[in-house]
Design a protein around this ligand. Structure first.
Ligand code: GP9
Ligand code: MN
Length: 633
């Protein structure tokens, strides 16, 4: 009799089991979660359960069969859709979806080849649980019976769900202390609390940050301001103003990583022009320059360059905070009489650039409409870099001087496709087509940079300009570690992964004769003060977190957006402290003092952005615009 009573709930059990097992299988086949021990495997296994018990358990409140079954089916479909959206997103970004990126769906329309490569016909299998649930509803005799559940039973059921949640959190806490308070890494969150709980947590965090802007009154700026002032680096007198009055040209080298520069691939030189340039008498080359981008990729790097602030950890700041007040480099140079612009042969709305550039006071955006893309001049994501450079320099020739132009290249972008005639070297020979093709597209971009220099010289713009070029972020994700290991000739440990976040940075000042290879640990956050100082612009009152790389006060301490960091002595990655020299694990004390500081630095930056605090700051006087009546509230 008793058994029979429970059997009546079999459709609920079927719904839970199907989604639970499917989720666990998907964890393994679709996400690259590093499971290091048995306990982590257990956590991974149980983590979907508490949420599924609760969400499906709501069906216990339904009195009619139809209503209950419909609820179960709709819930199952929504969960399947959420999980699948994560899978598709992960294929492309190696990350899980966070709420604000859902507003980026307009981007996905532009992804073209990449999107097509990210969705397969066999993906229907990701909805197998919904299909089976539907079949079970037709087939299981009990599924057609209504069940009135006693409140006490229901209570017991939800207590069980809560107990499982606490067990899950408890185990996660032992595996990963302070997971929910300190984590910058979505993978760890999903691994420990599960995809569904993660989304609930994400919604909570997002609403908190929205509330932050509404609640901020500027008083928060006092502490941030103290921090910024005390960490400021005085410009180097010898370098300050060296390039005063010159045009500033910044080239974002799409997906270019330092491992490809000054290196060979199967005997082929990958970046011949950049190699020469790195040794040029007019070039400062930075081989230990790290990207600090998050989900917003190229746009995050632009954000760092313009603002000297970190992008956000859980969203693309170009999308979520384009309504903020900023004191961008474009604005500062605009005040100095520069004509400020960005050139990028892509839709203006990609990464919400059109909106954000307004907020950043960029005067003109030369988007895809400003380029003539002839037959054969487009590949992969759009216009090829070589004709792009040519036409960009034509635009520059028409501009009033001095100008500040940022050029964003595009050809060296995942999935790294090229036309035959543009393949100047053979592919690499690993098991990753992505990495194999990468060397060819990098080689092509190198040719495009050469074309840029030639075109600038031809138009008489070269001598009167300084050219800064940097890699925006990694091009080869950790999904290709095995192939990468083959190329590097060593295993890709968390230490190596962190070191692979190096992207090249060149500052080329024609005629300066001061060039050198600067080995210091520097990052994208440092670009703004460095360039402004070279152009003779004071930044002592600016609300920026980076430091001039030429300054004697520049500290070798670079924080990644996910909380990893690098100093001249250590690399902190995957919760492990490594000796930078040997790549071997070293005592935790060597990293300990920096862990807190890394969080503090990112925290202040987040506070500025989430609270839109620059609206309370006068960058000309350095005064805080705080309403006396609310101060100290
Ligand atoms: C798109 C280009 C590439 O316009 O900036 O964006 P990414 O995917 O590298 O961020
Ligand atoms: Mn990019």
């Amino acid at each position: 009799m008793k058994n029979k009573r429970y059997l009546k709930h079999s459709i609920l059990a079927v719904a839970i089991l199907l989604t639970w097992i499917k989720t666990y299988v998907i964890y393994h086949i679709s996400f690259d979660m590093k499971i290091e021990n048995f306990m982590q495997q257990v956590i991974l296994f149980i983590n979907p359960l508490s949420f599924l018990l609760v969400i499906y358990g709501i069906s216990l409140f339904f009195k009619s069969v139809k209503g209950r079954n419909r609820y179960l089916l709709i819930t199952s479909s929504i969960l399947a859709f959420i999980l699948y959206a994560n899978v598709a997103f992960y294929r492309f970004f190696s990350d899980f979806i966070t709420l604000p990126v859902l507003f980026q769906t307009s981007n996905f329309g532009d992804l073209g080849a990449s999107a097509a490569e990210s969705i397969y016909f066999t993906d229907v299998l990701y909805f197998i649980d919904v299909i089976l649930l539907f079949v079970a509803m037709k087939w299981l005799p009990n599924a057609k019976e209504a069940v009135i559940v006693k409140p006490a039973i229901r209570r017991a059921y939800f207590v069980l769900a809560a107990a499982i949640l606490f067990l899950n959190l408890g185990l996660a806490e032992t595996e990963r202390p302070q997971l929910l308070t300190r984590s910058f890494d979505r993978e760890l969150l999903v691994k420990n609390i599960g995809t569904y709980n993660y989304h609930v947590y994400d919604i909570y965090i997002q609403s908190k940050s929205h509330a932050k802007r509404a609640l901020a009154d500027g008083s928060e700026l006092v502490e941030v301001n103290n921090y910024v002032r005390s960490n400021q680096a005085k410009p180097n007198d010898e370098m300050f103003g060296t390039a005063e009055g010159k045009n500033l040209i910044i080239v974002t080298l799409e997906s270019l990583q330092t491992f490809a520069v000054n290196e060979e691939m199967n005997g082929e030189v990958v970046t011949p022009f950049l190699n020469e340039l790195s040794k040029d008498k007019d070039t400062f080359y930075f081989p230990n320059f790290y990207h600090q981008t998050g989900l917003g990729k190229t746009s995050d790097s632009e954000f760092l360059v313009e603002n000297g602030l970190y992008p956000l950890g859980n969203s693309a700041v170009f999308f979520t905070h384009s309504g903020n007040t900023y004191n961008s480099m474009a604005e500062r140079l605009g005040e100095k009489g520069y004509f400020t612009n960005v050139m990028h042969a892509n839709n203006k709305s990609f990464w919400n650039r059109d909106m954000m550039y307004n907020a950043l006071n960029v005067e003109e955006f030369y988007d895809v409409e400003s380029y003539d893309i002839a037959e054969g001049q487009a590949v992969n994501w759009g216009m090829k870099d070589i004709p792009f450079m040519e036409q960009s320099v034509e635009h520059m020739a028409e501009m009033p001087q001095p100008f500040y132009s940022r050029l964003l290249t595009l050809t060296n972008h995942f999935p790294f496709h090229l036309d035959e005639e543009d393949k100047l070297i053979p592919e690499f020979d690993s098991n990753s087509g992505t990495l194999n093709r990468y060397f060819q597209t990098v080689r092509y971009t190198d040719e495009a940079v050469k074309a840029l220099f030639d075109d600038l010289k031809e138009k008489g713009l070269y001598e009167n300009s300084i050219i800064m070029m940097y890699g925006d972020h990694y091009g080869i994700s950790e999904n290709h570690n095995e192939a990468m290991g083959q190329y590097l000739g060593k295993e890709v440990t968390p230490f190596e992964s962190a070191q692979l976040q190096r992207v090249p940075m060149f500052i080329h000042i024609p005629g300066s004769n001061q060039g050198e290879v600067v080995e210091d640990v520097v990052g994208q956050i440092d670009i703004r003060p460095t360039l402004l100082h070279l152009l003779g612009v004071e930044t002592s009152k600016d609300m920026q977190l980076g430091a001039d790389v030429f300054s004697k006060d520049h500290e070798e301490f670079i924080v990644f957006r996910d909380g990893r960091f690098v100093t001249d002595e250590v690399v902190y990655a995957g919760d492990i402290c490594y000796d930078k020299e040997t790549g071997e694990e070293t005592e935790a004390e060597a990293c300990a003092p920096y862990i807190e500081r890394a969080a503090e630095e990112l925290g202040y930056s987040d506070e500025i952005i989430n609270g839109d605090l620059l609206r309370f700051y006068d960058q000309k006087t350095g005064n805080l615009l705080i309403d006396e009546t609310t101060e100290g509230k």
